[in-house]
Design a protein around this ligand. Structure first.
Ligand code: GMT
Length: 400
């Protein structure tokens, strides 16, 4: 730690102490949870008057409309016959240097540590040569720590770049603890939970949808994910198979990914193709949650479970595994039920308990909404703003 007064360079962020900041957001632009959180955060910050610059290789999925104060900078790497894999990290670092310099950004907030934290550190060092200090905040989302980050192919760089970030946040207590346990972390990790925007996720009347999916008033059970192994979509189908024997019901599977083909085969094998709808990727997930009676998230590992929170905001109770941060979101016996990973029998019993009685279902719906309100974007977003200010203030005193 050194004081700025005796530092050889002028390490001031561009507009320190201004209420409105210029923030660079780096994320994966795809349908994954980290990209969703990053995009919604950026849009929310822009609505509060900050200037937000998204820097990534494709326009983020939830950034389709025009938003005042929001800018998008696409990273275009040069292709060259020598490259088997175009060097995205280098192209991103160069883009960060350019955008920070010319847009006069106050800070960079990178989502998902790999490779963003290391790339941002490199950009920061390059900018430092010009006497510009851009603090970097890294938000850890989940598999960057729990699955991918601990792989020896990445671990030293992930650990180094977390420790070199000016601020680090994790999306649950579980993820913070897991990071401290699995890595040699020398910096503080602040927990800022995932959030939900109630302007978008709320129970709205979509009776015509409901009739199309469940023409005879069947209960509607829902799962959304990227159909990766970690999501255990097979458990969803196995649970549904059992529930369907007791409760007239339909299952909506939303999303797409590597497991989808096998899941379609499974539905054919068990003869439930007419009861299970594969809806693929959907932009308006909230409209489908609005007609749902129960949500499944039986993941092997889940640092928070944003999909569960979005369901709860639409008054949908949750049947989940007890993995990772899910117990911080879904409260056993109140907003839904939690079971050990893979315990299909228990999950089915819990689902039947909720679905068999209208009064029970209504109580769980009400509790789910109340719990979701704790994670309202209006509570969480100011936590990010306060943290940005804290990091900016601290950045003046930190050497690198
Ligand atoms: O791994 C994924 O499923 C996607 C991943 C991501 O980073 O894109 O999602 C993670 O981040 C979300 C937003 O913070 C969390 O709500 C999810 O729980 C988390 N997924 C896992 O931990 C598996």
């Amino acid at each position: 730690m050194i004081g700025f007064s005796n530092h050889p360079l002028f390490l001031f962020p561009f507009s320190f102490f201004l209420l409105n900041m210029k923030i660079g957001i780096v994320c994966y632009p795809t349908f994954g949870g980290s990209g969703v959180v990053a995009t919604e955060l950026g849009i929310g910050l822009a609505k509060r008057g900050h200037e937000v610059h998204f820097i990534t290789y494709r326009r983020p999925a939830r950034l389709s409309a025009f938003h005042e104060n929001v800018f998008y900078h696409e990273v275009n790497g040069e292709d060259y016959p020598l490259f088997e894999y175009p060097p995205y990290d280098t192209a991103l670092a160069s883009k960060l240097v350019e955008v920070v310099k010319f847009e006069k950004l106050d800070l960079l907030h990178v989502h998902y540590a790999i490779p963003h934290a290391a790339v941002a550190y490199m950009a920061k060092k390059i900018l430092l040569q010009d006497g510009r200090y851009v603090p970097v905040i890294t938000t850890l989302h989940g598999t960057d720590i729990t699955l991918v980050g601990t792989n020896p192919a990445f671990k030293p760089v992930v650990e180094f770049s977390i420790n070199k970030s000016d601020g680090v946040t994790a999306v649950s207590d579980f993820l913070r603890d897991e990071t401290l346990e699995k890595f040699n972390i020398t910096t503080e990790i602040k927990v800022i939970y995932n959030f939900v925007d109630f302007d978008r996720f709320r129970k709205i009347n979509k009776d015509h949808f409901k009739k199309a999916i469940a023409p005879n008033g069947e209960r509607i059970l829902t799962h959304t994910s990227n159909f990766r192994k970690v999501k255990r979509v097979e458990d969803v189908i196995r649970v549904f198979e059992k529930v369907h024997q007791h409760v007239p019901s339909k299952l909506m599977l939303i999303g797409d990914g590597p497991e989808r083909r096998q899941m379609e085969d499974l539905c054919r094998q068990i003869g439930l193709c007419d009861e299970i709808r594969f809806l693929g990727k959907q932009d308006a997930v909230e409209e489908l949650l609005a007609i749902s009676d129960l949500f499944f998230i039986p993941s092997q590992s889940e640092s928070f479970g944003l999909a569960a929170l979005e369901a709860m905001a639409c008054e949908v109770p949750v049947i989940s595994s007890n993995a990772g941060g899910l117990p911080e979101v879904n409260i056993h016996g109140q907003t839904g039920f939690l079971s050990d990973v893979g315990d299909v029998e228990a999950m089915a019993q819990h689902a039947i308990t909720i679905l068999s009685d209208d009064h029970v279902l209504q109580t769980f719906r009400k509790n789910a909404l109340e719990q979701a309100e704790r994670f309202d974007i209006r509570h969480i977003l100011p936590q990010y703003e306060a943290y940005y200010e804290e990091v900016l203030a601290r950045a003046m005193w930190v050497e690198d």
